[in-house]
Ligand binder design. Structure first.
Ligand SMILES: [Zn+2]
Length: 506
């Protein structure tokens, strides 16, 4: 909340509009590389996942990994993109030490995904109220990653070494229109994009390992005598955390504003620049003046045939892209009556947590109770133990039984939580055993009735209040009842006491 109002405040006083387009590189979750069968597993010793194809040896021929096509089409469908029935491969030529072939196999004029959009959280500039904003996408295309240059990594040696394990890893580059207007919106866009891609199993989304990186194109627009004047566009490369995206954009807007005040240079009067984000220094640094596409001498790759997608390929991808964060939010709110804020907490945890929640409800747990147990118990456990839902010791079907027991009045919430704690310590127990281990055998009806008689005798004021129409007065009996027998069900106590009062037995 603080962040949003801060940005609103910033927008209100800034003398310019920030214009941002993002290029997001999503590493596809394939087991092998885009054009060879080398593993994409992260963290192997340098140059152990390489072969003649991804090392660019003469005569080696690429063979397309069809899984990458499936995932790219699935992403395109989820982003509402036009899917190209015919797509091809192009060579993007440039020299760099970690690019052994001297070109990157990419897609130039016929990308696999055309125009689409992604909806994100935003702040309405007029009212300052939270809203949703549709960001248009220009395209999404497939390409292979380059290798990695390792500078001065061995102590005492000032050299650069090349690791080609990453070379040839499949990437989907998703290009947005320059429709993002603040660092916060850029962060929201990246957050939603990552969540969507992880939900659909398109990427593992691990930003520390480079599975999702962004380049930001940033410039400023000013109103001058009724006309819009823009500063030259700067591309900031390789932003690999949400924080880096936000900080880099804020820094760059500031830098361009100062530069514009000094030089007055507008777009077209100086070339497009590429700058790198130095996270430690907190600033962008000049890398090069940007090439345009002609400098890359794109031409169709003669080693690869074009890809023709059939209707059934597209149908398959469409069926794999039905459960998106947006559709889950909607169903949690509309079908299970969660508050939007509760739905958001669950959705942000990812697909596996949603599956667990859905399983609880499917097994008969009331959605409201399931939600509060997810938030207060399950997610807290995952957080405290830095683990994933897959490693949560209690299966959804078993937890559902416990929640149904509470719903049916067999035990109350606080005893239920004690049972859960016992259970987590002994996950081999059944629901029944976990409950019994607390000494929570159900109190028999005869025993309960005499307990209620005793309670009412000790609290005559409750009787008169109930007779005067104040049913809520019964709640005052729950504490004393639990003192007499901690296993009693509060709801049953109140019910029996009311019957005793109604029937005139007390
Ligand atoms: Zn290879």
């Amino acid at each position: 909340m603080e962040g949003s109002s801060f940005c609103k405040f910033m927008n209100a006083i800034l003398p310019y509009k920030t214009v941002i387009g993002l290029e997001v590189h999503v590493q596809l979750k394939t087991e092998t590389k885009l054009f060879c069968r080398c593993s994409t597993l992260f963290g192997a010793a340098p140059n152990t996942h390489v072969c003649p194809v991804c090392m660019g040896l003469p005569g080696a021929l690429p063979v397309l990994n069809s899984k990458a096509i499936d995932l790219a089409v699935r992403a395109g469908i989820a982003l509402q993109c036009d899917i190209a029935p015919f797509t091809k491969w192009d060579r993007k030529n440039y020299f760099y030490p970690d690019l052994p072939k001297g070109y990157q196999t990419s897609q130039f004029d016929l990308p696999i995904c055309g125009r689409g959009h992604l909806e994100i959280d935003a702040i309405d500039p007029g009212t300052g109220a939270p809203t949703r904003k549709k960001i248009a996408l220009v395209r999404a295309h497939l390409e292979e990653d380059a290798g990695k240059s390792m500078h001065d990594e061995v102590a005492g040696r000032a050299d650069t070494r090349i690791d080609l394990n990453r070379a040839g890893t499949p990437l989907l580059e998703i290009v947005s229109e320059p429709e993002l207007s603040s660092a916060e919106e850029a962060k929201n866009y990246l957050t939603e994009m990552r969540l969507l891609m992880m939900f659909l199993g398109i990427t593992d989304g691990n930003m520390q390992e480079g599975s999702l990186r962004a380049d930001a194109n940033v410039n400023l627009h000013f109103e001058r005598e009724g006309k819009t004047v823009a500063t030259p566009i700067v591309e900031i490369k390789n932003l690999n955390s949400f924080r880096a995206v936000e900080r880099a954009i804020l820094y760059e807007s500031n830098r361009q504003y100062k530069l514009f005040q000094e030089t007055g240079l507008t777009i077209g009067q100086s070339p497009k620049q590429t700058r790198g984000w130095n996270d430690a220094a907190g600033e962008t640094e000049m890398q090069r003046e940007k090439e345009d596409s002609a400098d890359y001498r794109y031409f169709p790759c003669p080693d690869l045939v074009p890809v023709i997608l059939s209707q059934s390929d597209i149908e398959f991808a469409t069926n794999s892209a039905t459960m998106t964060p947006a559709s889950v939010r909607k169903s949690l709110v509309e079908t299970h009556s969660l508050k939007p804020s509760e739905a958001e907490v669950l959705v942000q945890q990812g697909r596996a947590v949603i599956d667990y929640f859905e399983a609880l409800v499917k097994q008969g747990a009331a959605p409201k109770r399931a939600t509060s147990w997810m938030m207060q118990d399950v997610l807290r456990y995952l957080n405290e133990n830095t683990t994933h839902i897959e490693s949560y010791p209690i299966p959804a079907a078993s937890l559902a039984k416990l929640l149904i027991g509470i719903e049916d009045g067999k035990l109350d919430t606080s005893r239920g939580k004690e049972a859960l704690a016992k259970w987590i310590a002994n996950p081999g127990l059944s629901v029944e055993q976990a409950i019994e281990s607390l000494g929570l055998a159900q109190v028999d009806t005869g025993e309960l009735e005499s307990l209620c008689m005793q309670l009412l005798a000790e609290n005559p004021d409750v009787i008169s209040k109930v007779r005067a129409g104040n049913e809520k007065a019964l709640a005052a009996l729950v504490g004393p009842a639990k003192k007499k027998n901690k296993n009693v069900d509060p709801r049953q106590v109140q019910e029996i006491c009311r019957k005793l009062i109604d029937s005139g037995s007390v």
